[in-house]
Structures are given as structure tokens and as C-alpha cells.
Design a protein around this ligand. Structure first.
Ligand code: NAD
Ligand code: IPM
Ligand code: MN
Length: 347
């Protein structure tokens, strides 16, 4: 029997509830489909930081390297640990160390879910560059606390980094509706973004079957609201992709529905699956977090592991559940009820 080892990092806040929910669904579908998922829970979180002074142990990355995949809930408890410490101590180093350069975030409405837009038939795949750009962590502050203080945050874009994410986007477009939106701000940012536009034009020659358009990020943000059905694959830098995918979450009904896969396309290290949302301190411990984003991320994990039939079954069960109106109205069904309905819908 096939078996996969999964590192489970529930993290903080609602991360614990939504990973538990996803794990229940994943274990059930594994049984139905005849494979084994072995989960190893790692308590790395802000609580772990308070106890040990670190978000993960010194050799945490080496520990994770041995797993087939990572399922993560959310990291961050800003009341206790500054976000700049917690995220740079756990989530961001994993994406970087495991070269998970392609962050895939699908945005479409599940049946029965009412989004805020008139448009209902959009299907956007955002591909976010996940290892460099505005998140490079290069910079510093001088003359701290004085009127002369200067803070610098340098975005680093490499040809290798930009080419590989755009190629990844072109390939995704080929397997879908063959439309690619490449997103920059090259009217204002004259180095990195002009560079990105040039590479887009160069690669377009290799993909004559894909219809490519370069957009400025402000215009693309408006288009996601006004004409989301006109978009297929959207490729953006790390920060622009972060912002656009919260818009994507909003138009699909809310952060509780937005899934995310941090993929290492070369398979030289594990990939990581997590919802787009964070630890939601405002609703933590209430048991009302929507687990669908994490369950959908779990389906993306099964797909990545090669268990495509199981991934399809999870999505069918999610869709059957929302079609019945369960998990479609914020606050109506709690985490447990939504999870139980999805488990019951699994065939
Ligand atoms: P957030 O995504 O945690 O919450 C934003 C809003 O969406 C809140 O009102 C919250 O209640 C709601 N929400 C989020 N997920 C939901 C769900 N599954 N069901 C129902 N409602 C949901 O964003 P934030 O408040 O900016 O961040 C809180 C903490 O999480 C911060 O520490 C932040 O840095 C961190 N964060 C972590 C990740 C991650 O681990 N990938 C992502 C985003 C934010
Ligand atoms: C996300 C989150 C993270 C990001 C934060 C928590 C660092 O917002 O996964 O979208 O910006 O990548
Ligand atoms: Mn984000």
C-alpha cells in the first residue's frame, strides 16, 4: 500500500482548528482510496517561541526535508510575538529553503457560495513568485529613532527567478484556457519591473499558443473586481501576488475559501500546503473558522503527491457540501459541522 509522510504544522490561532479538520478529511479519503497518510505533528508556533526562544528548532528545516509534504495552518500571534519575528522564523524560511518558488492560489466560486460580485463564472489561477522580489529580506535601518532615520527594503529580482516563475505560469496557461496575465508596475518601478516585462516578452516567443498580456498591478486589481471572467492565469511578484490573492479570496466569498500550494516544481524538496488566510486572532478559540480553504489546500497536496483521484473526491465532497448550503454563510455552521458534512459527502 502506498504511504506518504506528512509534516503537520498547525501553528497559531485558527491554524490548529483548520489543520485538524483537513487532516480528518484527508485520512478518510486515504482510507477510501487505499493509501496511507502518516502525520507527524510539529508544535512550532508562537507558543513554541515563548517556551524556547525560537519559532522552530535550530535544525527544523532538516527535520522537514525528510517528509513527502507539509500541511500548515497559520503562523502569527501578534499580541505576543511580533509578526516580523514569527513569520521570518517559520513560514518564510520554509518557502525559501525548499525553493517553493511557485505559489499557486486558485480563485473560483464554490457552488452555493455567494461572492460580493455580480460575476459568478470566473476561474482565476494566481501564480505568485514565492522566494524573492519584495520578500528578499535585504535592507536595514540607520540613525534609528532620529529625524534622520532611513529604512531601506530592497527587492531582489534575478533572471533565473523571474524566468522560472513565468515559465511555470505559461505551462499552467497551456493546461487551461491559454491566457496569461503578467503583472508588474513598470510605469513606476523602472528596474525590476521593466526587467520582468522584458522577460515576459522574451518568453512569449516560446509560447505562441498562449495569449499574453502585461498589466500594471493597480489595473489588474480593478480588473479582478470588474471583469474577473476575463482572467485565466495571473503571474505576479511576491508582494503583488500576496495582495492580489487576498482580493481573489474576497471575490470567492472570503478568506475561508482561498487555498494555496507552495510548490517546489523540481521536487528537490517537499512542497507546503496552507490556506491563504492567517491565524485570525479575532475568531480564534470560537470554533467557527471555515476549514474549507485548508481542506482545498489538502486536496492540492494529494494532487501533488500523485493521488489525483483522491484529490478529485475531496473537491467533489466540498462542492456537494457547499451546494447544500453548508459552510456558505459566515458564522452559521461551525468548523466541526462543516468538516463532518464534507467527511459524510466523501464517496
Ligand atoms: P487573517 O487572514 O488571519 O484574518 C483576516 C480576517 O479574515 C479576520 O477577520 C479573520 O477572522 C477572517 N478569517 C481568516 N480566515 C478565516 C476562516 N478560515 N474562517 C473565517 N474567517 C476567517 O489576517 P490578519 O488578521 O491580517 O493576520 C492575523 C495573523 O496571521 C498575523 O499574525 C498575520 O501575520 C498572520 N498571517 C499568517 C498567514 C500564514 O501563516 N500563511 C497568512 C496571513 C496572515
Ligand atoms: C500569505 C501571508 C504571508 C505572506 C505573511 C503572513 C508573511 O500573508 O501567505 O499570503 O505575505 O506571504
Ligand atoms: Mn497574504
Amino acid at each position: 500500500m502506498k504511504s506518504y509522510s506528512i509534516a503537520l504544522i498547525p501553528g497559531d490561532g485558527i491554524g490548529r482548528d483548520v489543520t485538524a479538520a483537513a487532516w480528518t478529511v484527508l485520512e478518510t479519503v486515504a482510507k477510501h482510496c487505499g493509501f496511507v497518510l502518516t502525520g507527524t505533528e510539529l508544535p512550532w508556533s508562537c507558543r513554541f517561541f515563548k517556551e524556547t526562544g525560537r519559532m522552530m528548532p535550530e535544525h527544523g528545516i532538516d527535520t522537514l526535508r525528510g517528509f513527502d509534504a507539509i500541511l500548515l495552518g497559520a503562523v502569527g500571534w501578534p499580541a505576543e510575538v511580533p509578526d516580523s519575528v514569527s513569520l521570518h522564523g517559520l513560514l518564510l524560511p520554509i518557502r525559501k529553503a525548499f525553493v517553493q518558488y511557485a505559489n499557486i492560489r486558485p480563485h473560483r466560486l464554490l457552488p452555493g457560495v455567494k461572492g460580493p460580485l455580480r460575476a459568478e463564472s470566473f476561474d482565476i489561477l494566481c501564480i505568485r513568485e514565492n522566494t524573492e522580489g519584495e520578500y528578499s529580506g535585504a535592507g536595514g535601518r540607520v540613525h534609528q529613532g532620529t529625524l534622520n532615520e532611513v529604512a531601506v527594503e530592497t527587492s531582489i529580482f534575478t533572471r533565473a527567478g523571474v524566468e522560472r516563475i513565468l515559465r511555470f505560469g505559461f505551462e499552467q496557461a497551456r493546461s487551461r484556457r491559454r491566457k496569461l496575465a503578467s503583472v508588474t508596475k513598470s510605469n513606476a518601478q523602472k528596474y525590476s519591473m521593466v526587467f520582468w516585462d522584458e522577460i515576459t516578452r522574451k518568453l512569449a516567443a516560446d509560447y505562441p499558443d498562449v495569449d499574453v498580456t502585461s498589466y500594471h498591478v493597480d489595473a489588474l486589481a480593478a480588473r479582478m473586481i470588474m471583469a474577473p471572467e476575463s482572467l485565466d492565469v495571473v503571474v505576479a511578484s511576491n508582494l503583488f501576488g500576496d495582495i492580489l490573492t487576498d482580493i481573489g479570496a474576497a471575490i470567492q466569498g472570503g478568506l475561508g475559501y482561498a487555498a494555496s500550494a507552495n510548490i517546489n516544481p523540481d521536487r528537490s524538496a517537499p512542497s507546503m500546503f496552507e490556506p491563504v488566510h492567517g491565524s485570525a486572532p479575532d475568531i480564534a478559540h470560537l470554533g467557527i473558522a471555515n476549514p474549507i480553504a485548508t481542506i482545498w489546500s489538502g486536496a492540492m497536496m494529494l494532487d501533488h503527491l500523485g493521488e489525483k483521484a483522491a484529490a478529485g473526491r475531496v473537491m467533489k465532497a466540498v462542492e456537494a457540501t457547499t451546494a447544500r448550503g453548508i459552510g456558505t454563510t459566515p458564522g452559521k455552521d461551525n468548523t466541526e459541522a462543516i468538516t463532518a458534512a464534507i467527511v459524510a459527502a466523501l464517496t
